[in-house]
Write a protein that binds this ligand. Structure first.
Ligand code: AMP
Length: 247
């Protein structure tokens, strides 16, 4: 199973991805998590990404594409994966298409968690206030101003991806404002529909050619027999003699 979860920051992609990976025994590939790990480890990628991430802007496409290319080749991603936070731009989506095609892999679906941005901002304000009251450490980009910036980036650069995948007939939309369990249930329903559609098309692909060949052969025989009869009838009509019965 290979999926993409689309939706603005704070839409709940991470939470739903976690549920998907335990249900389908696949891995979650979150470019945000990978970049944060790179920043913490002080790798060259991390050093390049740190300031960009703190501003809530997007890290250059080639950086995240290279990270993902590397990651999908790891043995634990062989059973499948759910991409969370990637792709985030149309060039990233195009790069992903190429990466998958080179590996003869296909995507099973793209699920958009559709949300109300105003409510998202209110949610993060509440979360920040609660965490601060509890004395918990906040993520550098975990504040309403940065979220606003990230939403702007989302609208400008990531929202066009819904069109990109809709045109390919792959986009499924789920109401991301519903309760977490309801969102999970909606995703489950979509995936079981996708699963049965996939099974049906695999079955059809496996059986139709043989069935068609048989039908064609039958049709051919019937045509010949009919042609024989017709020509016999025609000949009899022409000659005026009654037709001999075939034995
Ligand atoms: P996230 O945890 O997915 O919200 O990502 C946190 C930050 O990492 C984003 O605000 C970006 O700066 C960066 N980032 C994560 N994924 C991508 C991506 N696919 N393309 C560019 N930047 C990304």
């Amino acid at each position: 199973m290979r999926l993409i979860l689309l939706g603005p920051p704070g839409a709940g992609k991470g939470t739903q991805a976690q549920r998907l990976i335990s249900k389908y025994r696949i891995v979650q590939l979150s470019t945000g998590d990978m970049l944060r790990a790179a920043v913490a480890a002080g790798t060259p990628v991390g050093l390049r990404a740190k300031a960009i991430m703190e501003r809530g802007e997007l890290v250059p496409d080639e950086v995240v594409v290279a990270i993902i290319a590397d990651r999908i080749d790891q043995p634990d991603a062989k059973r499948g994966f759910v991409l969370d936070g990637f792709p985030r731009t149309v060039p990233q989506a195009e790069a992903l298409d190429r990466l998958l095609a080179e590996r003869r892999m296909t995507l099973d679906g793209v699920i958009e968690l559709r949300v109300d941005e105003g409510i998202l901002i209110k949610r993060i304000e509440t979360r920040v206030a609660e965490m601060t009251a509890r004395g918990e450490k906040l993520r550098a980009d975990d504040n309403p101003d940065v979220l606003r910036g990230r939403l702007v980036a989302y609208r400008a650069q990531t929202a066009p991806l819904t069109d990109y995948y809709a045109k390919k007939g792959m986009l499924k939309v789920v109401d991301g404002m519903a309760a977490i369990d309801a969102v999970t249930a909606a995703i489950d329903r979509l995936l079981s529909k996708l699963g049965s559609a996939k099974a049906k098309s695999a079955k059809a692909k496996g059986k139709k050619p043989a069935a068609k060949a048989k039908t064609k052969a039958k049709a051919g025989k019937a045509k010949k027999a009919k042609a024989g009869k017709t020509s016999g009838k025609k000949a009899a009509k022409k000659s005026g003699k009654p037709r001999k019965k075939r034995r």
